[in-house]
Each structure stands twice: as structure tokens, then as C-alpha cells.
Write a protein of this length. Structure first.
Lengths: 210, 210
DNA sequence: GTCTATAAACCGATAGAC
DNA sequence: GTCTATCGGTTTATAGAC
């Protein structure tokens, strides 16, 4: 393979990657706005600016398209989690990940967890790259939770499962959507309320400023 | 109108009411299991055991059917809330309503809140009987929340809006579905965890047994 | 790879017989 | 009021020209 050919191939691959990233961006927005069941392939194609047939040249089904989008989102979440300073306490790292996710959710870039009632759930768990990322994130956050329970920063008498699912669910909490629709609060305030009610409940006091 | 005629009419009306209650029961189950968008009128008819055309003799559209089901559910919620002993503190009444709702949710009788991403939301708010019940429940629970904030049982520095939406959302929390799917906990344990994390957060201690 | 056009399936709603 | 049969519209996915 000559350098020229290699360059041309690489350029084509870059173009392909760029186009597919644009598609996944659109899917991400539509998934956040309407959810999997209400999102149509026509809308995706229109949002990207290509035809539906071209879309199917890149992704062979609606399920695979959504799975690719969710997988990329989990990779971004893992990247953000790994980027957190090591000197932060596990509790602060968990809070930081949650704040990041809720902020993305309010920006329309974080779809809600595929609920038990959606068609996509079964397809996702059978999609290896997605399941692998879920496992990685669960392992990472699960370790932080155990550490935070050891120091008493999180309730030691609460099953780790309950804490993990609670953090996952609060990261795309419908409460933030309702508060945003109300229009009485800024996005930062909403993120603060969701974080506070998740960690301290609605009976607890706000954390003292560090 | 003769007594005989009145009796016959009443009987027919009872039959009608009974049939429509059976329809709403089926809608309630399907709404809990699949949500509005994935529920089909064919399924509803099949679950009740009548034909789709007959179904349309009772309710003139899918939206009205869902609205009637949700309205009845809100009435049942209001009935339960009003039945609570007056000597209970506002906080305990709020917790009781939430436990009741989560229990119903785990039994497949409490559909999730119509999310912002569903087609049904706009139809519901334009459906007067539904909107009226939502207003009544919000007024009732909102009053309890204010009282609980006055006594310090709920955080006084949290907007009532945030507390109300949080209680609403936690009443059909997906966390309970995930925990139930896991199979490691009984329904009572799950209800307890959801209540505790809602009111005390994941950092707080369990409430001492009264 | 991109397009237009279309196939195949599904769903909400209705017509018309009984 | 209940049924069977069907319409009209939408959606996923593909065929075939360029």
C-alpha cells in the first residue's frame, strides 16, 4: 500500500467517521427529545440532512442506531469519570458525575434511561459494546460507592445496588424536566436541587459550601 | 318514568359502568406495562375481551381512554389521601401517600408519569376532569408540604415545587422497577428503600422506628 | 454512497351487517 | 352495542437508478 493510497483511505475513513458522528449527534438529540419509540428514521435523516436510504447504509436498523448512540454516550461518561482528579473523595466524584449527567440532560444531550416499558431495552442488553460499557461504568461507580460507604459518606446500611440505581435514575430525572418547563429556575439551580435531594433527601439540609 | 323503567335504566347504566370499569382496569395495566405510545387499541380490546369497534363505542379516541384511566387513578389517590387519619403529621401523611403509590406501581396498577417525551401529555392537560384532579391533589399535598416545612420536618429552604415534583416522580420511580427486576428484594423492602432515599437521601440514616 | 420510489407491516379509526 | 372487514395514514426497511 503506497503512502498516497493510505492517505486517501484514511481521509475517506475520517469522512465516514465524521458523518457517522453527525448522525449520532442527531440521534442523541432526538432520543433526548422524544425517546426511542417516538423517534422516526425519517426525522433522523432529515436532521442530518441525508436521505433515509443513506442512513441505512451506515446503520442497519433503528435498534443498532440507538445502541451506537447510547454506547458513545456511555464512553463519554466513562471519559468524564476517569478525568476526575484523584484527590477528590469518592463521594465528590459521584456527585461530579451526577452533576455532569444532569447538566447534559438539561442540554438535551442525555436521553433518559431506556425504561422497562420501551422496545429498546431488550435490544440494548443484547448489544455487546453497550453491555460492556455499562459493566465498566457500574464497576467504576460501584467501587466509589463502596469506598464512600466505608468512610460513612454514604449510608453503609443501604444496599450498593439501591445507591447505584438511584444515582443512575437521578441522572436523567424527570423532575429536572418539570422544573425546567416551569421556568422559575436556572439550569444550575435545577442541577443543585436534583443533586441535593438525591444525596440528602427532601428532609435534609444543604451541604455546607466546601 | 315508571319505577320499572327506572330500574331497567339503572341496571343498564350499572352494566355500562361495570363494563367501562373493566376497560379502564385493562388500560391501567397496559399503561403501566407498556406506556401510552406502545399500548395499542387492539391490545386493550383483546385484554377486555371485546372487539375494537365496541371499544370505540365507549371511548371515542385513544387519548380520551388514557385520560379517563388517569383521571380515575387520581381520584383513587385523592380518596386514599383523604382517608388518612387526621392525627398523623403532614410528613407522615406524605410518606403514606408515597408508599401507597409505589406499592400500586409495583403491582402494575400505577403508570409512570406521562413524561415530557410522550404524545399523551398535551392531550391530558387539555382534558378538564384530569386537570381538575391534578389541581386538587397538588393543592392537598402542597398544603401538607408547607406545614411540614413550618415544623422543620421538611427542608424549609427547598422550594415547595421541588419537593412536590420529587414526591410525584418518586411515586413511579424507575428505580423500583430495576430493583424488582433484580429480584433480590421483596416489594415491601423496595417501597422502604424508595421512601427512605426520597426523604433522607442516600447519605442519610434510616428513620428510627416510631 | 446518495438519491427517489416503494414494499410490507402496523395502528387508529370507521363502515355496515346483525 | 357487538361484531367483521377495511380504510387511511405512518413507519421501518429495501430496491434500483445514478
Amino acid at each position: 500500500m503506497t503512502p498516497a493510497t493510505a492517505k486517501k483511505l484514511s481521509f475517506k475513513q475520517q469522512q465516514l467517521r465524521f458523518r457517522e458522528d453527525a448522525i449520532l449527534d442527531a440521534v442523541n438529540r432526538l432520543l433526548s427529545r422524544k425517546g426511542f419509540d417516538l423517534m422516526t428514521m425519517d426525522e433522523v435523516a432529515a436532521e442530518v440532512g441525508i436521505s433515509k436510504a443513506s442512513l441505512y447504509k451506515h446503520f442497519e436498523s433503528k435498534e443498532e442506531l440507538a445502541a451506537a448512540s447510547m454506547t458513545r454516550l456511555l464512553e463519554q461518561t466513562l471519559d468524564h469519570a476517569h478525568s476526575l482528579a484523584a484527590e477528590l473523595s469518592p463521594l465528590k466524584r459521584l456527585k461530579a458525575v451526577m452533576r455532569w449527567a444532569v447538566t447534559a440532560h438539561l442540554d438535551g444531550a442525555m436521553p433518559s434511561l431506556p425504561s422497562t416499558r420501551s422496545n429498546i431495552q431488550h435490544a440494548l442488553i443484547g448489544y455487546a459494546p453497550y453491555a460492556e460499557r455499562v459493566g465498566q461504568l457500574t464497576e467504576l461507580l460501584g467501587g466509589w460507592i463502596l469506598q464512600a460507604q466505608d468512610t460513612g459518606d454514604l449510608s453503609p446500611d443501604l444496599p450498593g445496588e439501591v445507591i447505584l440505581y438511584t444515582i443512575y435514575a437521578r441522572s436523567c430525572d424527570p423532575v429536572s424536566d418539570f422544573l425546567k418547563t416551569g421556568g422559575a429556575f436556572t439550569d444550575d439551580e435545577i442541577v443543585g436541587y436534583v443533586e441535593r435531594t438525591c444525596f440528602n433527601g427532601i428532609t435534609g439540609s444543604p451541604d455546607p459550601v466546601a
